[in-house]
Design a binder for this molecule. Sequence first.
Ligand code: SAM
Ligand code: SF4
Length: 320
Amino acid sequence: MKDKFDRTIDYLRISLTDRCNLRCIFCMPDEGVPLLPHEEILRIEEICAIVREMALMGLKKVRLTGGEPLLRKGILDLVQCLRDIPQLEEVTITTNGTMLKDLAEPLKLAGIRRINIGLPSLDPINYKLITRRGDINKALEGLQKAMEVGFHPIKINTVLLKGWNEDPIPFLKLITEFPVEVRFIEYMPLGRLLGKDSFLSAHEFLEKISSLTEFKETSSTPGNGPAQKSFQLPNAKGSFSLIAAFSDHFCPKCNRLRLTSDGEILPCLFSHQGVNLKSALRPYLDSSALRLKILEALSLKPKEKDLSFSTQRFMAQIGG
Ligand code: SAM
Ligand code: SF4
């Protein structure tokens, strides 16, 4: 699929649910997000039908996310359904890891190729404060299980927060011992949950790391996005990368669309306008209408992010 700025769009991020068992301060308000009525949420077979149509149009990669995607009933059926779409090259998932102890193996067997785990701090107290309720041991057990069942490379998503996780040392120790890639991600002000004083830029964080150790820039690992630079420490099993999602001008290389759990295709993370696909799926699937709606969403893809509208949606509602 090409958009009107000649970018190839071959990647879809799917939010399977707005719900989450955590309430990370950068992602969701303490009270959670207003729950959508059950009938508004796309059914598993509807999601698969959308991906099947988009794969015929050139889609190559899908990432399941949320909210917490592992809370979604039927996720293994969905992965199996997606795995059987011949044009699709990979199905990946982003999870907070707290349920991976039980689900890493079934996900691997169902056909998930790669896992990213959201881990905003390695300090148990800070983790609990940032996630407002999480137990870091559950996330670490999930990470351990994912490594045991052979997921590789596992990426850790760490949203940079001034005053909360700005010490790189625990993360550098983690990548010295384990073959994981820690991705330090700039906070994006969706829903305006945090003020400017919490923002820690990727550039500033890299300077902190430079004052502690040597490293060298490496070529990108599979699945890395346009705003990402990767680095290797001497004698470390893992690596780290920085995602300057807010400061960098990566829009010219953007390759993605997003699908919300209630069936809206969002052309950009910061979109205030999307296209809902449900009328092409209910009461029965109308493939030509579905394709037209997907093309309409594609035509709305902006040249670059527009922060002036500042979407009122939170990351968990969009599918971060
Ligand atoms: N619950 C899963 C998790 O925590 O990874 C998947 C959904 S979460 C919305 C996906 C990723 O979005 C998280 O791993 C986190 O890194 C990122 N994220 C959430 N809110 C963000 C924000 N405001 N700015 C930048 N990244 C954010
Ligand atoms: Fe939940 Fe993930 Fe958002 Fe944290 S980042 S509140 S785990 S959806």
